[in-house]
Design a protein around this ligand. Structure first.
Ligand SMILES: [Zn+2]
Length: 135
């Protein structure tokens, strides 16, 4: 796999990561955490997972928001979790982090780009499922 241009520093991806982080933190604080400072174990794991997915995203910085993406690289379970969190935190974020929220909405409007042909051909199977084997 060529990795030369793949790792441009993506503003969009950073923003999405930050958005996810904020959302998870808000959600966790309200729903699980007792301390209020740290994420609970489950949410920390979810964020870690999201971070890694984002890092490996085949679209690079052209990526749509994850909710909009054509490649569903989250496992079904994690996707449910993150969807739940975004549904809850999305509207609340508008008040506390209006700028992030607005960008997130704008990003969400972008149509998902199509996969580059080369990668598309590769994916007889889900390209992500085999790679994430070990923990
Ligand atoms: Zn939590």
């Amino acid at each position: 796999m060529q990795s030369s241009g793949a790792r441009r520093n993506g503003i969009r991806r950073k923003r999405e990561l930050r958005t996810i982080q904020v959302m998870i933190r808000m959600y966790c604080r309200r729903h699980h955490a007792d301390s209020g400072v740290r994420l609970c174990h489950e949410c920390a794991a979810l964020f870690d997972y999201a971070m890694r997915r984002l890092e490996l995203c085949v679209f690079g910085d052209a990526k749509p928001t994850c909710a909009n993406c054509t490649v569903h690289c989250y496992s079904a379970e994690k996707r449910e979790q993150i969807r739940e969190i975004m549904k809850w935190a999305g509207p609340r974020m508008l008040f506390r982090y209006p700028l992030l929220a607005v960008f997130h909405l704008l990003d969400g409007r972008r149509p998902a780009p199509r996969l580059p042909a080369k990668q598309a051909r590769h994916s007889g199977r889900d390209p992500h499922s085999s790679r994430s084997g070990n923990h």
